[in-house]
Structure formats: C-alpha cells, structure tokens
Design a protein around this ligand. Structure first.
Ligand code: PLP
Length: 357
C-alpha cells in the first residue's frame, strides 16, 4: 500500500547515539538538555527569536489562546485540520468561520471585517498546506480593531515568506511536529512569539504553572521529552533534503497530471519559498473525486480528503455559518501521496490512473 505520507526515520544508530547522554544523566523530561538543544537549533535554523517545544500542535494553540487571555469570539478558517477548531472550543471560545480565498485556500482577509462584533478578540488562521495567509492585510485589520493574530502554522515549517520564516508572523505562531508532518519529533509542536512576556506566561502554563515551590497560575502539562527532542535533533539537519525531495516529486506530478482545467491546484503566493508539504489537487466535482479515490484505492494507493468536511459543517457544532468557497473546495480536494522517497514510477502510475478518469 502506498500511503499519503510516510514519516522520515533517521538511522537508528544516530538516534541512539544522541540518547547516550540521556542514559548518563537520567534526565528524561522536564526541559532537559536535548529539549533545550532542539529549541536552540530550530531558532538558528529558521531565524526565530524564541521557540518553545511542546507536546503537540493542538496544546500549542490552546496555550497561546490561554496566555493572551482570550475569550468570546475568534475569527477562524473553516479549511484546516479539526484541531484548529477543537482547540478554540476546548478553551471555551466561539469559532466564527470566515470563508477562504479560492486561490490559496487560506482565510479570505477581505471577508474578515464584516464578521467582527464587540465580542471578537482574535483571528486564528491556518497557513494551509504551508501556503502563506495574506499576513499584511490580516495584520492591518487586526491593528485597526485591536485583535490578536494567531497563526496555526502546523504545515509551515521550513516555509519562508517575504524573506523570513512563516513562523515569525502574527502575535504568535504554533507548529506541529507530529509524525505525519514534514519535520517531526514523533509527537510534538512549538510556539513562537515575539512577545517575551507572553512567552514567559506560556512557558509557565506548559509546566503546571509553577516553578519549583512557587505556584503562580493554573497550568497544564504541555512539556515534551528528551526522546522526542532526540528525534527532532536527528531530523532537523535533513530539512533541506526533505524539502528538495518533495519539490522534485511535486514537479513530476505537475508535469504528468493532464490539466486543461480538469485538475486545479492552490496557488503559491509570490515571495514564498515553499516546503511542498502536501500535494492537493482539486477535481471538477465531488463525484470525480470519489471515483479517483476508489480507483486509486483499488490499486493500493491511499489518498486523504484533506480537508473535509469544511469545519463550519462539523456535526457537533450547533451553529450554521455558511462558507460556500470552503465547502465547495472541501468537497473536491484530495491530497495525493507525497513523501521524501516516493518512487517516480509510483507517481507515474498514480497520474496515469487519474488521467484516465
Ligand atoms: C496536525 C495539525 C494540527 C495538530 O497538531 P498535533 O501535533 O497533531 O496536535 C493542528 N493544525 C493543523 C492545521 C494540523 O495539520
């Protein structure tokens, strides 16, 4: 079976050699030396002021919402993974869905202002598939209305936009280092913010809200371990190689998929150094998508409906907020297999199967 993704694994000997120091110092978790080394290496690699390594990309969003003391309504995207919405609900906030841009599939900044109410406190947007949101326009609207901007940058590790890491935008950015992501630590995530007071607060929250015997606030456990950090330390130096390998495969798909308007792709905004994290294609109709999916599955190729359903249609939300663009694209978009060592002949076979439908 060819899966939609495949986690990169370093040589086992490389992983265990990093862990040798853990067997010596018996420091397994609670911000040990490997966690701190990984944070430093990520900061240097991506050019960030600060990075906090946390247990996953979902708790990362929750910690940010908590640290900015947000409540009420948050303007968010309906086209993302369910964790974006769930973290909002878990923090007792109300998600207000703003429809997406039909080119980038990111939140449509032009539709934000009409949705702002006296209860609105923030914007939570996803750089979906690693494609940058309209950060300038979002920042301007946020400033005008006194809102915080938080980016779910779970797909954006390694993306540069206008000369800097996409994780540098907004009041805070979160990332996921889950095993299915481009750069992974098995489970893991990160928070980046330029606001050092907020970073202090987040750091406190992610470790039960106390330092030694001094108890400051209601915290939670969002820490990550030395074992996860060791995987990150192995994988981080391979980032450029992993992106390059995906780029080659993405370009092969581009050249083999017969277009002629039958298959469309999201547009990479200008001034973006992309990471090729996913390979989404949009078909003419949901019926064609289902046919393609079934045919590929018969040939042992697994695809994923990333992202479906449109989050404003989640069955457990008891509101109806129509987002016609997101609902339309969600029904027609499919992510094809994309990983660092996906074989050329498999891509050729997948494209041939799609082209016959
Ligand atoms: C993967 C993902 C998350 C959640 O990350 P975890 O590390 O799995 O908790 C959040 N948002 C988006 C857009 C994601 O793709």
């Amino acid at each position: 079976m060819i899966n939609v993704t495949k986690s990169f694994l370093p040589d086992l000997s490389e992983y265990t050699s990093i862990l040798q120091q853990t067997w010596q110092n018996h420091h397994l978790t609670n911000r040990g030396p490997l966690v701190q080394q990984l944070e430093k290496n990520i900061r240097e690699k991506l050019g960030l002021n600060n990075v906090l390594f946390v247990s996953n990309g979902t708790i990362a969003i929750q910690l940010v919402l908590k640290a900015f003391n947000l409540s009420g309504e948050i303007l968010t995207t309906p086209f993302s993974y369910v964790a974006t919405t769930n973290s909002v609900l878990w923090e007792n906030m109300t998600p207000v869905f703003c429809d997406i841009d039909p080119n980038t599939f990111c939140l449509d900044a032009g539709k934000l202002e009409a949705l702002i109410t006296p209860k609105t406190t923030a914007i939570l947007a996803t750089h979906v598939y690693g494609l940058p949101c309209d950060t300038e326009r979002i920042a301007a609207i946020a400033e005008k209305h006194g809102l915080k901007v938080i980016y779910d940058a779970a797909h954006a590790f390694g993306v540069n936009y206008k000369g800097q890491s996409l994780l540098n935008y907004g009041d805070a950015s979160t990332c996921s280092f889950h095993a299915t992501k481009l750069f992974h630590t098995v489970e893991g995530g990160s928070i980046t913010t330029k606001n050092s007071d907020v970073m202090k607060q987040i750091s406190l929250y992610h470790s039960f809200g106390h330092i030694g015997d001094d108890y400051y606030s209601q915290g939670i456990n969002g820490k990550n371990s030395e074992f996860h950090a060791a995987m990150g330390l192995c994988n981080l130096p391979k980032l450029d190689m992993l992106i390059e390998a995906r780029k080659t495969r993405s370009e092969l798909y581009d050249s083999l998929l017969s277009t002629g308007g039958k298959v469309t792709r999201p547009v990479v905004p200008e001034e973006t150094e992309y990471n090729y994290a996913y390979y989404p294609v949009v078909f003419e109709s949901e019926a064609i998508l289902l046919k393609v999916r079934e045919t590929l599955l018969k040939h042992e190729v697994n695809t994923r409906r990333y992202f479906y359903p449109s989050l404003n249609r989640l069955p457990f939300l008891n509101t109806t907020q129509p987002c016609p663009v997101s609902e339309d694209i969600s029904s027609r978009v499919l992510c094809l297999p994309m990983y660092y060592d996906l074989e050329t002949e498999h891509i050729e076979r997948i494209c041939k199967l799609i082209n016959t439908i």
